[in-house]
Design a protein around this ligand. Sequence first.
Ligand code: MN
Length: 232
Amino acid sequence: METIIPALPVAALAVADSSAVFPVRRVYCVGRNYAEHAKEMGFTGREDPFFFCKPADALLQAADGEVAKLPYPPKTSNLHYEIELVVALDKGGRDLTVEQAAECVWGYAIGLDMTRRDLQGDAKKQGRPWEVGKAFDHSAPIGPLHPREKVGTLDSGAITLSVNDEIRQSSDLSQMIWNIAESIAYLSGLFELKAGDIIFTGTPEGVGPVVVGDTMIGAIKGLGELHVTVTE
Ligand code: MN
């Protein structure tokens, strides 16, 4: 088939200890999924889960043992980190039960939902969409995927983020308001989920800014570490 411009590459995530890659269809993100983070953002209580998306080409990969370079994005002076567990689906569907949703998880990665907090705040105030705050280029640093068959089902375990070796976020996956299967089930009522979809499952409390030169290290029990340095 003739293409008017060269065919575009499909985003694909590295798989730990493997030469295989995981093609990515869509990137969904869960908002305010840890109670203490909801509080620090000015909300309380167990609201229904809500979602936003990032483009698949916003993924910024760091191989195991490598430091990813995140260029400081334009039009912000308040770039925030949010450490998150990412799940990758190898099947999907509509209106999944929680049990069915749990079976869709192929693997896990450490991700950062980088946020231009000033632009997101403006958007919230004005009732505008969140894309400029959330979906900018390189806004989704991510480490390699770890197959669930190797690391087991993750429903608890430490999730931490340090900046320049100082711990800023420290929680446990068990503190999610909506657990992974519940989030997937809910999302499947809004969108038909498909193999290749990945989901950032929300961040715990302690979000804050980084500047050029800072190095972030995200860690989730069983998944190793993700190293990202902010560059000019
Ligand atoms: Mn987030």
